[in-house]
Design a protein around this ligand. Structure first.
Ligand SMILES: [Zn+2]
Length: 91
């Protein structure tokens, strides 16, 4: 299938999956590479934040906890955005 479609992240119109810019509203489409980067960064934050939160004391524990939460948010946000993108492409 060469004419795969995805939905514009701004106006929701169907555009070619390879399009970098929407033909309807001219908004730039974020690349999936960015999502993978966000998810990777999230995993990285989680791997660093959880041990810090577990073993550090005082302020260090709070910082580790915040980093871990930030990592979780990145993973969750990136994953749901990826699902949205994939679902739009199948329409
Ligand atoms: Zn658009």
């Amino acid at each position: 299938m060469s004419d795969r479609r995805k939905r514009c992240t701004a106006c929701g119109e169907s555009i070619p999956a390879s399009a970098k810019i929407c033909q309807h509203c001219k908004s730039v489409q974020p690349s999936n590479l960015l999502l993978y980067g966000a998810i990777l960064l999230g995993v990285f934050c989680l791997l660093i934040g959880v041990p810090i939160a577990l073993f550090a004391v005082g302020l260090g524990r709070l910082v580790g906890f915040l980093v871990a939460i930030f990592g979780l948010a990145l993973i969750f946000g990136g994953y749901t955005a990826y699902l949205d993108r994939t679902a739009g492409r199948e329409l």
